[in-house]
Write a protein of this length. Structure first.
Length: 418
């Protein structure tokens, strides 16, 4: 792969990231192409990070973990348990389902195919998958930036979180079956007109991967990303239901308050596949996003395409299978969030890939927990800060519950999206 030219220079022992100006956009489909400048990162606030994890366990998560990789140094934190039956302590060695962080893996595979001149981002999906979609104006870029207008079938599938999950936890779907579920509903917007998060987009992305390579998405993840990066704890086991080896159990919060959560650990995740079925660890996800942002997985030109941002809200931008989050200290971080039954994941890295943070809470269908998890980014990348946002209380020294509008940005059964 062609190495990326980093924007920024080394300042003493501190890694550099990019501070990106955030303009106001009148329409959400306008790409954000603002220039950037580098600022030094403060040291992570580990006391604040641990406080966030403890707060998550008081809000309904049995356990929570986080790992920071920073130019060779490693910091970890954990609180609570990974199994409500055995009460074993949760640990950063635990594997877990990463949900929509899978979308970044799928996007990388497709951008590598762009580098190999096997795929054109601005070509109609119909060129590669004739007759699949009802509108030939939908391009590959529209899929990867969630601007296709394709209805997200999981809105209907999980209208009732627990019963919807139980109906599909052991089912095996084909990609075409999932697309057909989407096409039963009107589209949300014209192609390219607006950002509208939809798992359907990345189901079609999986179909593109398999059509263009002749291999399963699992094989392509393994050959293009997992093996080259030596991700020893990252697996695509679909349609198998078990997480191999040591792992955290994931708990789906009931729709009705006061009832016991459902152990959702074992499932096919066939309802998501290339949109959300990978298994990994905090170490492997930090390795992945560090490699991506430092230019070790795609060409510089392909990475620049991933970083053509569409505004989502005042602090979030979406590229091609990649999120940018603008933190309170002016630092921007890059990665993805993930939600699948029983698991919430935050995984982000600095602009240069030198500092990465992955955090997990082993619960879902709990908007309070999902919202609070953003505090892990503040502790990891902004250091010891003491202010609140929109009156939200501090969760510990230097950490706080994030802005209300930042919740629900990825589909978890029963959770609305942006």
């Amino acid at each position: 792969m062609v190495s990326r030219t980093l924007r920024g220079a080394t300042v003493s022992a501190a890694a550099l990231v990019t501070l990106t100006a955030v303009p106001a956009h009148a329409a959400t489909h306008e790409p954000d192409t603002t220039d950037s400048r580098a600022v030094a990162l403060p040291a992570p606030d580990m006391a604040g990070l641990r406080a966030v994890l403890r707060t998550l366990t008081t809000q309904g998560a049995p356990g929570a973990i986080a790992r920071i990789d920073d130019r060779g140094s490693v910091r970890t934190a954990a609180a609570g348990i990974d199994d409500r039956a055995t009460h074993r302590a949760i640990d950063n060695a635990d594997r877990f389902r990463i949900g929509s962080v899978t979308k970044s893996f799928s996007a990388v595979v497709l951008l590598q195919l762009v580098d190999a001149h096997k795929l054109d981002l601005d070509a109609s999906v119909d060129r590669y998958l004739p007759g699949l979609l009802p509108d030939k104006r939908i391009t590959v870029r529209h899929l990867l930036s969630h601007r296709s207008g394709l209805y997200d079938y999981t809105n209907s599938m999980f209208a009732n979180s627990v019963s919807g999950f139980e109906a599909v936890r052991d089912k095996v779907f084909t990609y075409r079956q999932l697309v057909r579920l989407s096409l039963k509903h009107p589209r949300t917007n014209a192609p390219g007109a607006a950002y509208s998060y939809s798992n359907t987009n990345f189901v079609v992305a999986g179909m593109l991967i398999e059509k263009l390579t002749g291999h399963s998405v699992g094989t392509e993840y393994r050959n293009r990303i997992i093996k080259p990066l030596k991700l020893r704890d990252t697996f695509y086991v679909h349609p198998e239901t078990k997480i191999p080896g040591r792992h955290a159990h994931g708990y789906l919060t009931q729709d009705r308050a006061g009832t016991q959560p459902v152990d959702a650990t074992d499932q096919t995740v066939s309802w998501a596949q290339s949109a959300g079925a990978l298994i990994s660890t905090t170490h492997d996800l930090n390795t992945f996003f560090s490699a991506l942002l430092s230019g070790r997985l795609t060409s510089a030109a392909a990475l620049a395409q991933m970083e053509r941002w569409t505004p989502v809200n005042s602090t979030t931008r979406y590229g091609l299978g990649l999120r940018r989050r603008d933190l309170s200290c002016g630092v921007s971080v890059y990665g993805h969030t993930g939600a699948v039954q029983g698991f919430y994941t935050y995984s982000f890295t600095s602009e240069d890939g030198r500092r990465s943070l992955t955090a997990l809470a082993n619960t879902s269908n709990n908007g309070t927990v999902l919202n609070t998890m953003a505090g892990t980014l503040e502790s990891a990348f902004c250091g010891k800060r003491t202010r609140t946002i929109e009156g939200s209380p501090l969760t510990g020294r230097g950490s706080y519950v994030t802005e209300r509008h930042m919740a629900y940005e990825d589909i978890a059964p029963g959770i609305a999206r942006d």
